[in-house]
Design a protein around this ligand. Structure first.
Ligand code: ADP
Ligand code: MG
Length: 579
């Protein structure tokens, strides 16, 4: 019972005050319902008393009928009102939480958002919240009808015979203790179940997402075997767990019936020994049935309470993602000089950027080179305040980026990646995202500069709708469209994050032309793999394990006997980067 109450408290805390009041209201109504339920007992007793006393007549039936009818009608009204409150409370809580989460995410560092985190956020805001709403609308009803009805019936038994009431109370306590034990067992098996879940999900995802590879390499046999194995293993685990739980659950169901039997036996013994009259005995026997149906309802609550707990936990997890202060003054571009002063940064505990100091003069082109995982992307993200640094400071035009508001910073940065995302909308609308009021000439110019002549040949030209995730265009075409968009945005600082990696020779020339157009008269930071792109930079920073280990122009770096020269002279793939 304590876990049950604790669970309810956690859930109520999760709700907004208004919804909490609705749930409290529902509980009060259920208590009233329980009292109405208990009012049946005096009516029954009254009937028996008159039947056995020989004073039974129509008036008695009418009286008993009224004593029962009024509580039944009232109970119906209370049930209706309580259900309404819970449905409204449950669904509104889920809806409000979604909004709260969306609002919270506005303040979460940009860098937090990646494919993994997006899948997680989506699953919590959709599935989890739906589940929560679904169950929350019923859970209060179950707990309260179960627990409160039982307590009220037991309490009213004290008016008839305290000995029988004590038997009932003992039974209820035994039931609750058993309930706790079952919960404990369920918890013990939870990790096993979760493991089986994960194995099945990951095998299924592998199979479904990799279906084109599986088809083209004819791997059906191999993968369906893996899939089947995971599935079978999952099924076996589920069955094992369930089989272990079944005896316990069966015993639980029969405990409630056993309480009824005990109450009946004690009632009959008391009757035979002359302690109670027949009317009381019969009433108590009927009460024993009411008790166990209420207790059964409470038993059903067990499974649901676990789901609620999990949902609340997940919701709270998202709400506890650390936020940053996104306000600050607007950034107005001056020379767009960037400076790092003893900057250190880590995602969790592991230091990713380690005491980096560097200067990038506005309107120059610089490159970050270094092995994969050395921290190049992170350095660029810190400039645009995707994350706030833990030590040191990042300065833009001499001012700490923390003092600028994030929206205005974003306006002045353009990121070009190798993989781009275009919305399932027309090409025109995808471009207008960068500049809402762009004129036709501006758009045409941007398309021309970024070598997007293919747009003209599409069935609807610029009004062609791009498929989901841009799938109707080739990778190179999408990338050039994203550059056209960046040209329209015309921000002062351009960051090319491995934009030219893995480009095929056929696309390379066009892509380079597009990038040249984009980066003209801009502060450019490129994370590059190719000697060709790096060679003409004004400054090259060699990054290794979160530190700048060398910097200078290509010629300067070639004079030193450092990593850069070694890479160049080897002129082959080295620890993940090509020169
Ligand atoms: N969002 C993130 N959360 C946790 N660790 C991250 C995150 N992004 C990158 N990292 C880790 O930080 C290190 C540097 O990553 P990154 O800056 O992307 O390197 P590079 O661009 O040089 O390949 C890597 O070890 C990477 O695993
Ligand atoms: Mg990177």
């Amino acid at each position: 019972m304590t876990t049950m109450i604790k669970m309810l408290m956690v859930f109520f805390k999760f709700c907004s005050p208004k919804r909490r009041r609705q749930f409290y209201g529902a509980i009060v109504l259920t208590v009233l319902m329980g009292l109405c339920e208990a009012a049946k007992l005096p009516a029954i007793w009254y009937l028996f008393e008159n039947i056995f006393g020989g004073t039974f007549d129509l008036q008695v039936v009418l009286n008993a009928f009224l004593i029962m009818l009024i509580p039944v009608c009232l109970s119906a009204v209370f049930r209706y009102a309580s259900s309404m409150l819970q449905v409204d409370g449950g669904y509104s809580t889920a809806a409000e939480k979604r909004i709260e989460i969306a609002e919270h995410l506005r303040y979460v560092p940009m860098g937090y958002f990646n494919n993994n985190s997006l899948a997680y956020i989506t699953s919590v805001t959709t599935n989890t919240m739906e589940q929560l709403a679904d169950i929350a609308t019923r859970v209060v009803m179950l707990v309260t009808t179960g627990l409160i009805n039982t307590l009220i019936v037991v309490g009213s038994l004290f008016f008839f015979d305290y000995r029988i009431a004590l038997v009932a109370l003992g039974g209820v306590i035994a039931f609750l203790l058993f309930n706790e034990w079952i919960k404990h067992m369920g918890k013990k098996f939870a990790p096993q179940k979760e493991k089986a879940d994960l194995a099945v999900i990951s095998a299924t995802l592998d199979y479904v997402l990799g279906i084109s590879e599986i088809k083209s390499y004819n791997l059906f046999g191999k993968y369906s075997k893996r899939f089947n194995e995971a599935n079978e293993k999952g099924t076996k685990l589920y069955t094992d767990v369930e089989l272990k739980m079944i005896p316990v659950q069966t015993v639980q169901t029969y405990i409630t019936r056993l309480i009824g039997v005990c109450m009946t036996i004690v009632a009959i013994i008391l009757f035979i020994s002359g302690n109670n009259d027949l009317a009381t005995t019969m009433t108590v026997i009927i009460a024993s049935y009411i008790i166990y149906s209420s207790l059964d309802a409470m038993g059903a609550f067990n499974a649901l309470s676990k789901i609620i707990e999990r949902c609340v936990e997940k919701g709270n997890e998202i709400m506890s993602i650390e936020t940053m202060n996104i306000s600050g003054e607007d950034y107005k571009t001056k020379s767009s000089d960037i400076e790092f002063k003893n900057v250190s940064f880590s995602y969790d505990k592991k230091k990713i950027i380690d005491d980096v100091s560097l200067k990038i003069k506005g309107n120059t082109k610089v490159a970050f080179v270094g092995p994969s995982g050395s921290g190049k992307t992170t350095l660029c993200h810190l400039m645009a305040r995707f994350w706030d640094v833990q030590d040191g400071e990042v300065l833009l035009d001499g001012k700490n980026v923390k003092d600028y508001n994030i929206d205005s910073l974003m306006e002045n940065f353009t990121f070009v990646f190798q993989n781009v995302y275009l919305f399932n909308d027309t090409i025109l609308n995808n471009l207008r995202m960068a500049k809402e009021d762009a004129t036709e000439e501006e758009i045409e110019k941007a398309l021309k500069l970024s070598c997007c002549e293919f747009v003209k040949d599409l069935p609807d030209g610029i009004n062609t709708v791009i498929g989901e995730g841009g799938s109707t265009l080739s990778g190179g075409e999408m990338q050039r469209l994203s550059i056209a968009r960046a040209i329209l945005k015309d921000s002062k600082i351009v960051i090319l994050d491995e934009a030219t990696a893995n480009v095929d020779p056929e696309n390379e020339e066009k892509l380079m032309k597009a990038i040249d157009a984009l980066t003209k008269d801009k502060t450019v930071i490129m994370i590059a793999h190719r000697l060709k792109t790096v060679k003409n930079c004004d400054n090259i920073f060699v990054v290794d394990e979160g530190k700048i280990v060398e910097s200078g122009t290509h010629d300067e770096l070639m004079k030193e006997d450092g990593i850069y020269r070694r890479f160049i002279s080897e002129r082959k793939e080295a620890v993940g980067w090509k020169i």
